[in-house]
Design a protein around this ligand. Structure first.
Ligand SMILES: O=c1[nH]c(=O)c2ncn([C@@H]3O[C@H](COP(=O)(O)OP(=O)(O)OP(=O)(O)O)[C@@H](O)[C@H]3O)c2[nH]1
Ligand SMILES: [Mg+2]
Length: 413
């Protein structure tokens, strides 16, 4: 199966609805596929030059009021709660190539969800459309109009988040597209559709709405680590900041930590998420550096034995240090923090704490390697400290103090 040649990712293609005008629309055809009612997506032209994409039924909205998405009167038209009122989108397109139809549907979903968020905060059940087809017996996902004209057969598929096919848009010439070929097309489409729903659309919605744009003193921390999130909340709340993390934004993508240093990785996390959300974003990249292991696991601490598996990572650490005597089990926890915001150079700060790796784990608090990290001046493991005690001496706590000493100047710039 191939994706469109020039695109690595499927995308919610921006459809500039105003600029397009209709060439031709096939008349409605209705199919039955098993028990699923399959209707042509594009309804008949209502007036010359107009194509109605009727998505009311997917939205579960009662009545139908025609709303022109592109006019500025839209917001006024939507003054009443949308769910009470109902509406249809009318869009004009130059052609009915499947890629345009799919793009119109995707753009419609994004547009409507954005309007709802601005109106009454209602969340729609997501749906996406994709154009799939066979060219010389090879399955292509996200066909362009040009590819579509070379295709032996193709169709536009609309699916919702729970995987139900909402509509299939068959061309008349594809009426024989049944059996294995259809199954293959549906399989290919499902992959493309889940990518669209999972990433592109939600991101677009999030970015366009910028949920917390107007909330002052909110910091988004680009972490999915619950242990870090808890520590940051305790560190920043007393300073008057409200902390949100990526755990509050499941629609944002994972940022791959491909850097070679803590700073490179922290920058990648902070700057990627700040660019996407246009928010001030703080990221932490941290890890344990064990002297007897030449500084390992270092930047690979989260994936030392197995990815984010604390038990396996701790077991590997103990195993590697089996014959290393106490005085040689010295180690350092390191954190690099990067604060990024649109249009500024990022602020960077480090923090470290020195300790020893124990032979057996102690304590239940904290996370990661805390039960094996002994802090000599407190005569306790990190996992035996309360959160407040840990924050006072930890690499993350110290990095935060260092960051805050420069924060005001940087923030005012
Ligand atoms: O015992 C610990 N006490 C700590 O205080 C601590 N801080 C970091 N670590 C370890 O180092 C990895 C960081 O990797 P990391 O910075 O990439 O974070 P992460 O992947 O867990 O979350 P994210 O912030 O990237 O989403 C973590 O997973 C842990 O294994 C710690 N272990
Ligand atoms: Mg990580």
């Amino acid at each position: 199966m191939r994706k469109h040649e020039n695109r690595d990712n499927l995308e919610v293609r921006p459809v500039s609805i105003t600029k397009l005008s209709l060439k031709q629309v096939d008349s409605a055809i209705e199919y039955r596929l098993g028990l699923t009612k399959v209707t042509i997506l594009v309804n008949e032209v209502s007036t010359a030059g107009e194509l109605t994409v009727d998505i009311n039924q997917w939205l579960g909205i009662k009545a139908s009021v025609n709303v022109d998405v592109i006019t500025s009167s839209l917001k006024t038209a939507l003054a009443e709660p949308l769910k009470e009122k109902g509406f249809a989108l009318q869009v004009q397109i130059t052609q009915v190539d499947g890629d345009v139809v799919a793009a119109v549907i995707n753009a419609s979903y994004v547009a409507i969800q954005n309007l709802l968020l601005q109106n009454d905060g209602q969340q729609l059940k997501p749906f996406s459309a994709v154009n799939v087809g066979f060219i010389d017996f090879e399955l292509f996902v996200d066909l362009t109009g040009q590819e579509e004209s070379d295709a032996d057969s193709h169709l536009v598929i609309v699916q919702n988040e729970s995987g139900a096919f909402l509509q299939l848009n068959f061309e008349k010439s594809n009426a024989d597209l049944l059996g294995d070929k259809l199954t293959q097309l549906l399989g290919g489409a499902m992959e493309g559709l889940s990518e669209l729903m999972g990433n592109s659309q939600k991101q677009t919605i999030l970015i366009q709405n910028n949920h917390i744009e107007n909330q002052k003193d909110v910091i988004l921390i680009a972490t999915k680590n619950e242990g870090k999130a808890t520590e940051f909340k305790r560190l920043f709340n007393p300073l008057g900041f409200k902390i949100t993390t990526l755990l509050d934004y499941p629609e944002l993508p994972d940022v791959e930590e491909t850097g070679k240093t803590f700073e490179e990785n922290a920058k990648l996390k902070a700057e990627t998420i700040s660019n996407l959300t246009k928010l001030p974003v703080l990221a932490d990249d941290s890890g344990l550096m064990v002297d007897a292991l030449g500084g390992r696991p270092g930047i690979f601490s989260a994936r030392y034995a197995r990815d984010h598996d604390d038990a396996a990572n701790n077991a590997k650490l103990l195993h590697e240090l089996t014959d290393v005597p106490k005085e040689e089990r010295t180690a350092t926890f390191h954190t690099t923090l990067v604060f990024a915001r649109p249009g500024s150079e990022s602020l960077v700060a480090d923090g470290e704490v020195a300790g020893l790796i124990l032979g057996i784990p102690r304590g239940d608090n904290g996370f990661g390697y805390d039960p094996l990290f002994y802090v000599p001046e407190l005569d306790k493991s990190m996992a035996e400290l309360t959160e407040t005690e840990k924050n006072k001496i930890s690499h993350r706590g110290r990095a935060t103090v260092n960051l805050m000493s420069e924060f005001n100047d940087w923030w005012e710039k």
